[in-house]
Design a protein around this ligand. Structure first.
Ligand SMILES: *Cc1c(COP(=O)(O)O)cnc(C)c1O
Length: 450
């Protein structure tokens, strides 16, 4: 109830804010003033209800758009969401900078996003490059658009790009739009990419096609198992063969420390909405002094009638990228993000604690590498919860029902076979509660728990 009342109060404040947007700069007129007072009274009522924890819970923001309160009302174990949960600072920034091109108030010549000083976008870029151990950085609408900027800049039709056989689909698509060809490096039975496997694949491609791959894209942690891949080994092999290496940090940048140069990466890609506590779509592409002039080159196109040219605009970015709410949430979260990566070990410890407890339930398996090196984990409950699902009238949904009753959401609803969860950002208290909930459900359905 209190969560819903908080939203209701915030929405009333927005309605009050709206009055000022429609008023003269000199102040409110009589009608506006009385409207303002009405809202103020309603707000007072809502605050009283908030205090008492009573009233009618708000369900909708506006026609058919539901309130989204799952981060307040539940423990959310969705595999892709936790790293992109906004900080309180980002949510405040979002309220203030939600208007379209809000970031552009003080955009001065040469009219480049990364040169804006107020709010400190330029400073943010400088710190961001340092944060990932690279020379230059730009923000992008998601990791995928960052992949695309690289493939678009360095591939020609028919060029070969090596990715992992666990690569995210967006890597495939980024190669596809640039006219390239994807070849996969096998992760083997351990589901881990190694430098040796990469070297072998390079040799294989060279033998079969007579060509060298133009680009290597490997993720530090894959989206499927959340396994850690040997990116340093990959970086070393990439250097030996002189093939540019794109380090895909969708599941690492903003969650753990990342130093691109130490890894041997030519490009570091991060996802704002997956790992940097930012609104979607947001992400980063960082690179070296060597590649910055290639990827972040100025435009050279010219109009035949007007004769116009845009040398300050970067074509791979289509000029500007994150123009308002997305960028400002990234910036507002950044101080906390810089701090939180220092506590990655603790996040991994909580992940392992959860898995150990989860394995006490007879039949449960962890399909990801174990002990865990990440908070994203693939589990197999075919020999435990799925057996219950077979005879339960709600089938696989029995597990989601039971979890929801205990205030847990985010697992793939209805799935009791192979599924994923992510414990990132949960407190010890929450992780313990989560583990207990699974054990409690198991006991309820007569599964053995050690
Ligand atoms: C989520 C994910 C992406 C896509 O990230 P976006 O920022 O949504 O474009 C790419 N690669 C991996 C490994 C991912 O997990």
């Amino acid at each position: 109830m209190r969560v819903r009342k908080i939203f209701e109060a915030m929405f009333l404040l927005e309605d009050m804010r709206e009055i000022f947007r429609n008023a003269l700069p000199t102040g409110l007129n009589e009608a506006q003033e009385s409207e303002f007072q009405e809202y103020l009274e309603r707000l007072q009522q809502v605050l009283d209800e908030l205090k008492a924890g009573k009233g009618t819970p708000l369900k909708f923001i506006t026609d058919r758009i539901e309130l989204r309160a799952r981060e307040e009302e539940f423990i959310n174990i969705n595999p892709i969401q936790p790293g992109g949960r906004l900080t309180a600072e980002a949510r405040k920034a979002l309220i203030a900078y939600g208007d379209g091109y809000s970031i552009c108030d003080y955009c001065l010549a040469p009219f480049k996003l990364e040169k804006i000083r107020r709010p400190p976008v330029e400073e943010f870029h400088a710190e961001l490059a340092e944060f990932v151990g690279m020379d230059a950085v730009r923000v992008f609408p998601g990791a995928r658009r960052a992949f695309q900027a690289v493939t678009s800049a360095i591939l020609e039709k028919g060029d070969i790009v090596l990715v992992s056989d666990l690569a995210h689909y967006t890597e495939f698509l980024a190669v596809e739009v640039a006219g390239g060809i994807v070849r996969e490096v096998p992760s083997g039975e351990n589901h881990v990419i190694t430098g040796e496997a990469l070297a072998q694949k390079i040799e294989e491609v060279r033998e079969k096609t007579g060509k060298m791959p133009k680009l290597i894209m490997i993720e530090h942690y894959d989206y499927s198992f959340g396994n850690e891949h040997d990116v340093r080994g990959v970086g070393k092999v990439a250097k030996e063969y002189e093939i540019p290496f794109l380090y895909n940090g969708a599941y690492s940048v903003g969650m753990r420390p990342v130093n691109g140069k130490e890894i041997g990466a030519d490009f570091v890609v991060g996802s704002g909405h997956k790992g940097m506590a930012s609104a979607a779509p947001s992400g980063i592409l960082a690179t070296t002094e060597e590649f910055a002039p290639v990827i972040f080159r100025g435009s050279s196109v010219q109009g035949d009638i007007s004769g116009r040219k845009f040398p300050a605009k970067e074509p791979e970015l289509l000029g500007c990228t994150l123009m308002g709410a997305t960028l400002v949430t990234m910036m507002a979260s950044f101080p906390k993000v810089k701090e939180r990566v220092k506590h990655w070990d603790e996040e991994v410890r909580k992940s392992n604690f959860f898995c150990e407890e989860f394995l006490r339930i007879e039949g449960n398996k962890i399909l990801s590498e174990f002990p865990r090196k990440h908070t994203l984990t693939k589990v197999d409950t075919r020999e435990s919860f799925d057996k219950i699902a077979k005879t339960h009238k709600r089938r696989g949904f029995f597990l989601s029902d039971e979890l929801k009753k205990r205030g847990i959401v985010g697992e793939f609803a209805g799935s009791t076979k192979v599924w994923k969860l992510n414990t990132y950002g949960l407190s010890w208290e929450q992780v313990k509660y989560l583990a207990d909930a699974f054990k409690e459900i198991a006991l309820k359905y007569n599964l053995n728990v050690q």
